[in-house]
Design a binder for this molecule. Structure first.
Ligand code: PLP
Length: 457
């Protein structure tokens, strides 16, 4: 490991005594220590005991796209903080303007960037924009926002109201009104017995719009590839039909690129795999690879113009602020992050390494009957585990968690669908940094191979 001579037992004790960790039950920490991650370099991290791990999930939640220990990003942030660390977004700053220009150059048809500091917040900005467009331009109609079963858009109460992952929302209601679910499009868990599954799954959106009344529906939010809901790559024919439906009923298309954005699927944005034209694109995690907190809500000039219609009306503009949307470290880090992806050819590497993950997992399918399906796009990949291939009965999530733990024991951190869809938390997830090499990929899938043997024989 890298140099680490200090005894960190006091740090671990402080963590155990005072830190409330995300997403975990703390009872076990009464008898075992929480894991404290101390250092990272490239694809690898080290914990307080000095154990080395190959990180196959980019900081657990698919964030550190360019890998750990990037000195050039640290320097860009440091230089910017000393020059000007902050000014509220009501005024401009140099890195925000420069990054906005660079970002829209990767988003043909889009032109305006609204900065905030988490994926949830970026999504909620869209919901507010849609509601205000409804109030100002549709006399309060078209205020409903559709979301899709199995998708996730954030942790706040309003974004949880659009959680297609029911388990995430349980016990946190009541939720605000006006959010309506459409069916998922996972062909492996078929809901219709038809040839053209993609088109049929998209038609289900039209059915919901017609049921609710087209004059009540303002927008739909969709992940380009559903991430935490089971690595769902929409089937052929799905996206063109979605676009057609949105145009037909004047429904704004909001693509949530919080996971897929900035390279994860081998294109700058996940939706660019599908030749569609969104009205809103939101992004967070990979935008600055976790070197600073930043999220963006990007939209078109057409949408932007709707907030300028009556300059004399004090309620006409987007009356929203995100305090930390004015932190300059975010766009400074994001600019350097994008330069790295370009200069190091990381989009191409993502495609090549993503193909290697899929073919390695497909090879494992022959050996391990518990793998029911392998899915993915670029470097976001998953393997759905089943108790029975014929019936597709989902594997018990405790067993899936054992596979994750067995990988951990081999020094490889992988993920799984976590408390998202009751009964279907059975998909192993992989999202290594875009710098992954063939050896890294083979080490990851090798660890899964051994873990599956240890758990299932
Ligand atoms: C697709 C998607 N949207 C939004 C979010 C919320 O982002 P954040 O945790 O930064 O608020 C997440 C987080 O995992 C996500 O996966």
């Amino acid at each position: 490991m890298n140099e680490m001579t200090n005894d960190l037992s006091q740090v671990v004790a402080a963590d155990k005594a005072h830190v409330w960790h995300h997403l975990v039950q703390h009872k076990p920490f009464e008898t075992v220590d929480p894991r404290v991650i101390v250092e990272g370099k490239g694809m690898r991290v080290w914990d307080a005991q000095g154990r080395e791990f190959l990180d196959a999930v980019s900081g657990a939640v698919w964030t550190v796209n360019v890998g750990y220990g990037r000195e050039s990003i640290a320097n860009a942030v440091r230089d910017q903080l000393l020059k000007l660390n902050y000014f509220a977004g009501a005024l401009g700053t140099v890195p925000a303007a420069q990054f906005a220009e660079k970002l829209v150059s990767k988003l043909p048809g889009m032109s305006r960037v609204y900065f905030s500091n988490s994926g949830s917040e970026a999504n909620e900005k869209v919901y507010k924009m849609v509601r205000q467009i409804s109030a100002r331009h549709y006399k309060g109609k078209k205020n409903k926002i559709l979301f899709r079963e199995r998708d996730y858009h954030g942790t706040t109460i309003a974004t949880l109201a659009t959680s297609g992952q029911f388990e995430r929302a349980m016990q946190y209601g009541p939720f605000p009104d006006g959010f309506v679910m459409v069916p998922h499009c996972l062909e492996y868990r078929k809901q219709w017995d038809v040839e053209n599954y993609g088109e049929r799954a998209a038609d289900a959106i039209e059915e919901v719009i017609l049921r609710e009344g087209p004059d009540t529906v303002g927008a739909i939010v969709l992940e380009p590839v559903t991430a935490g809901g089971g690595v769902i790559v929409p089937p052929e024919g799905y996206w063109p039909r979605v676009q057609e439906i949105c145009r037909k009923y004047d429904v704004l298309l909001h693509i949530d690129e919080v996971v897929c954005g900035v390279g994860r699927t081998g294109t700058w944005f996940g939706y660019q795999n599908y030749d569609i034209e969104p009205d809103f694109v939101t992004m967070a995690k990979g935008v600055a690879s976790g070197y600073a907190a930043i999220s963006c809500t990007v939209t078109t000039e057409k949408v932007f113009e709707m907030f300028k219609d009556d300059a004399a009306d004090p309620l006409s503009y987007f009356r929203d602020i995100s305090t930390f949307g004015g932190c300059t470290g975010g766009p400074a880090a994001a600019l350097e992050n994008m330069r790295i992806i370009e200069d190091e050819g990381l989009l191409d590497n993502t495609l090549a390494m993503g193909a290697r993950v899929i073919s390695n997992l497909e090879a494992l399918m022959e050996k391990h009957k518990v793998i029911g399906d392998v899915r993915g796009k670029g470097l976001f990949c998953g393997a759905e585990l089943v108790a029975d291939r014929a019936t597709k009965e989902p594997m018990d999530e405790k067993k899936v968690a054992q596979v994750v733990a067995e990988c951990n024991a081999q020094g490889v951190i992988i993920g799984m669908t976590n408390r998202s869809v009751p009964g279907f938390n059975n998909t192993l997830t992989l999202a290594p940094a875009l710098i992954a090499t063939k050896d890294d990929i083979d080490q990851i899938t090798g660890a899964i191979d051994l873990a599956l043997t240890r758990v299932f024989g």
